[in-house]
Design a protein around this ligand. Sequence first.
Ligand code: Z5A
Length: 216
Amino acid sequence: MAKGLLITLEGIEGCGKSTACKFIYEWLTGLGLKVATTREPGGTALGEKVRSILLDEISNLDSSAELFLFEAARAQLCKEVLKPQLEQGAIVLLDRFCASTMAYQGKHSHNLNIEATKSLNLVSPYGDICLLFDLSVLHSRARTQSRAKADLIEQRSNDYFEQVRNNYLELAKEHSKFIKLIDAAQDLTSVQKQIKLAITPLLQERGFIERCQMND
Ligand code: Z5A
């Protein structure tokens, strides 16, 4: 088992992952813990290039090409960022990971995700805990409609995003030990409360609360 802790954040666009990442970062660093944040696709020079290809540059990607590009970015992130951070004992907040691929590219990505899990010495492809911010597609569209330009994935149909949301909910049912559902339609205070309730037991179980008390 890695010394650190991998917390992954998942959900459809506009569900509040980035907002939650900032909140968790401030909460945990405020307790004196070492926290790193990163995202997928991205987080490395290769990952950021792949991100531009996938989200802004090439619109007619073959579905296998799309899947392998996400996986290539992930392999590099695991090696360059996640593995060293986890080995140093950091808590890593990761905006999207394997569950995104299973929800957006489909369950055939499962075996590739197991490789990422092994490379990080994790027991699950969702990280030590995965917060799934569940929001309806209409609500998600309402939150993101004021953005200047939708990227290539955001331009996909509402039916596609309904399927993505259902894929996520199915994963959450199958892997309830790791995937914790957050009702993302609630106001920020309630969402933050749900986040703390989901993460605190794991922090206690893995000795992070003890470390905070020692840092006092
Ligand atoms: N993708 C994939 O297909 N396969 C993969 O394997 C991986 C990714 C890894 C990356 O998009 C795209 O790549 C993504 C999946 C695909 N595509 N889609 N769609 P991205 O990184 O550019 O964007 P995103 O991940 O979809 O995130 P986002 O759209 O930026 O949303 P967010 O970070 O979850 O939400 P937010 O920015 O925190 O909040 C959105 C707005 O809502 C903002 O104005 C907040 O102030 C507001 N907000 C947040 N929480 C609340 C609450 N509780 N109440 C009210 N308002 C709120």
